[in-house]
Design a protein around this ligand. Structure first.
Ligand code: 5GP
Ligand code: ZN
Length: 112
């Protein structure tokens, strides 16, 4: 999608601190980190949100899920990490290109 911020990052049209990329996904540092490590993992193809997934995306999504552990280890998160996917305005989604937040580092609070 031509006016999508994360599509532009994936295409290299807008700069980002990219930590991993391949033909299916791109991973970069969040511009306003909410934890010591805060990465965003996106599919290269434009999918707006979890609400827009189709059966044809199953392999891609499973691949991205499997990659998260490897990305966390590469970022030094040896003891664990947190993932968040905000979906829709009601879920706090601001950028409408599906992304997985990968957070970690010291003092991540648990849910009370
Ligand atoms: P959402 O609320 O949609 O789940 O999260 C969007 C995330 O994108 C936020 O954490 C925000 O800091 C991040 N973000 C917004 N604009 C940019 C940008 O231009 N570059 C990068 N690297 N991250 C961005
Ligand atoms: Zn997009």
């Amino acid at each position: 999608m031509s006016d999508c911020l994360f599509c532009k990052i994936a295409a290299g049209e807008i700069p980002a601190d990219i930590v991993y990329e391949d033909d299916q996904m791109v991973v970069f540092m969040d511009i306003a980190p909410k934890a010591e490590v805060h990465l965003l993992a996106i599919p290269r193809s434009h999918i707006e949100s979890l609400d827009d997934l189709e059966e044809s995306h199953d392999t891609l999504m499973a691949y991205m899920m499997r990659k998260l552990s490897e990305l966390a280890k590469d970022a030094g998160l040896d003891t664990g990490f947190r993932t968040i996917i905000n979906t829709g305005p009601g879920g706090g989604q601001v950028v409408f290109h599906l992304h997985i937040h990968l957070l970690g580092g010291s003092n991540l609070p648990g849910f009370q």
